[in-house]
Design a protein around this ligand. Structure first.
Ligand SMILES: Nc1ncnc2c1ncn2[C@@H]1O[C@H](COP(=O)(O)OP(=O)(O)O)[C@@H](O)[C@H]1O
Ligand SMILES: [Mg+2]
Length: 472
């Protein structure tokens, strides 16, 4: 964080100081909410959670070097006391960001925010110092904490913004007003909480409404609800996508034999070839979005293509590929799932398996429920099951309850399958089955919505053989 005195922080957040011998002492270290992350110079934000209350750690964190605690009551050590720690963090972030010289990039969407944020960060940091949201910390606490980790050196600040309802993005853009705003897609994530796709579009579009006239809205030309957001912004608009009218476009998209997407990247300033290190063609859209941001911020197409081709996965369980020493490859994509990414993951699986098929290697799709599909759930699970057959995946293991049975039934009804698809009730049953069946050359994709927690299957298969080589 840029250095600020406790007196200044207290004024910004409208708090009372307690037990502070010298209000001119400055916070220089990170602002954190987890006592394990405290460093000398830190400000510790005390939150009362369900299991632990940050206030109980006040003495600990000060002993570890924290300058003060942001708290809702005096705690016997230096503290700035406020009514609402969350709001105080937000006010502090707003104050600090206004003083930074950095360009703020914000992104939202239904699926792919974290993957795209990680791509943007890797491309921009090849050019200049960049601070970005760690993992998925995209809410009203994670966002200020990230913004507060920027320093005077930071040139680009890349912030993931999540929303579960109308007004959420507006709240976040008020704290950290972006210059560049990107909307990836409008899908079905959290559709129950929103009430429908139109409402999701309404909520995500708040991002482009917040942009200034000299800012840039970056919108997905392939997604009609996102494309339509162009009318909701004062900013210049750049479109990305495979659509012919997109400013930043992918042409000749194909999968390499190991499942990595390759394409020609077209921008207004030229064209360059890109082969991603990420797996699955859904990352083409994410890469184009990142390219559009970088193009807008002045990077050349060659610089962008090089950085995209070198970018890896920074966040876990998203098409995380590990080859075990015994020759079995595990593809852990258990972070989340929707129909589109299921299809992309199956295609990547088949591409990866292609090279190994000659040696007797098989492809396994270990799939669970795609959540939040509402009335489409039956049809979408059925379609994924059918696609597994059409793509000639060797084995489908559907894991879980009713939705898993729809996956299996889709495969069965597609025709050619009998023994090749099975339905098991839970992760442990899937692990037992795979342990007895897997052999060298096999490739195993593990994927379902977050709530299913299918990463336990991938983890168990990796734990079986110690020292798996990371093939990322
Ligand atoms: N562009 C995309 N379109 C559809 N699904 C995607 C896209 N990018 C990623 N996904 C899927 O969404 C899951 C979560 O990706 P992530 O980048 O963490 O998104 P978010 O941060 O929006 O939750 C991935 O495992 C993948 O299945
Ligand atoms: Mg995320």
């Amino acid at each position: 964080m840029i250095a600020l005195s406790l007196a200044e922080i207290a004024t910004v957040v409208g708090g009372q100081t307690y037990d502070i011998p010298d209000p001119q002492v400055r916070v220089t270290g990170p602002v954190v909410r987890d006592s394990r992350e405290v460093e000398p110079g830190s400000l510790f934000a005390a939150f009362a959670g369900e299991r632990v209350d940050g206030h109980d750690y006040a003495a600990d964190v000060v002993a570890k070097g924290a300058v003060a605690v942001l708290a809702t009551r005096p705690v016997g050590v230096p503290a700035i006391v406020v009514d609402d720690v969350k709001a105080a963090l937000g006010a502090l972030a707003r104050h600090v960001v206004a003083r930074l010289g950095a360009t703020l990039v914000a992104l939202t969407g239904s699926a792919g925010k974290t993957s795209t944020k990680d791509l943007i960060a890797q491309v921009l940091r090849s050019k200049a110092p960049t601070v970005f949201t760690p993992g998925s910390l995209n809410n009203e606490i994670g966002l200020p904490l990230t913004a507060l980790s920027a320093t005077d050196e930071t040139q680009f600040l890349v912030l993931e913004m999540g929303a579960r309802g109308i007004g959420h993005i507006r709240y976040l853009t008020d704290l950290t007003p972006p210059k560049v705003g990107l909307v990836l897609n409008v899908g079905t994530a959290h559709i129950g909480e929103f009430g429908g796709r139109e409402q999701i579009a309404q909520a995500k579009g708040e991002l482009v409404e917040a942009l200034p006239a000299d800012g840039t809205a970056i919108l997905n030309a392939d997604d009609p609800l996102v494309k339509a957001m162009a009318s909701r912004t004062k900013a210049k608009v750049l479109f990305f996508g495979e659509a012919a009218e997109a400013d930043i476009r992918a042409e000749n998209v194909r999968l390499t034999e190991n499942g990595r997407p390759s394409f020609s990247l077209h921008t207004p300033s030229g064209c360059s070839e890109v082969t991603l290190r990420l797996y699955g063609e859904h990352h083409v859209s994410n890469a184009l979005a990142a390219a559009a941001v970088a193009h807008d911020l002045g990077m050349s197409v060659e610089e962008i293509a090089l950085a995209l081709s070198e970018a890896g996965t920074l966040s876990r369980w998203r098409m995380e590929v590990t080859e075990r020493p015994d020759g079995v490859t595990i593809v852990n994509d258990a972070y989340n799932a929707n129909p589109e990414s299921m299809r992309a993951a199956l295609r990547a699986l088949v591409a990866m398996g292609g090279a190994r098929r000659a040696e007797g290697g098989r492809t396994w799709a270990v799939l669970g429920q795609m959540a939040e599909l509402g009335d489409d759930a039956l049809a979408e699970h059925d379609a994924v099951g059918r696609l597994a057959v059409r793509l000639n995946v060797s084995k489908l293991v559907a894991v879980g309850g009713r939705e898993a049975s729809w996956l299996r039934l889709g495969a069965y009804n597609e025709g050619s399958w009998g023994e090749e698809s099975v339905h098991v009730s839970d992760a442990q049953a899937a692990i037992d089955l795979l342990r007895s069946e897997l052999r060298p050359g096999d490739v195993v994709l593990v994927k379902a919505s977050r709530s299913v927690g299918l990463e336990s299957v991938a983890q168990a298969l990796l734990d079986d053989v110690q020292g798996g080589a990371d093939a990322r």
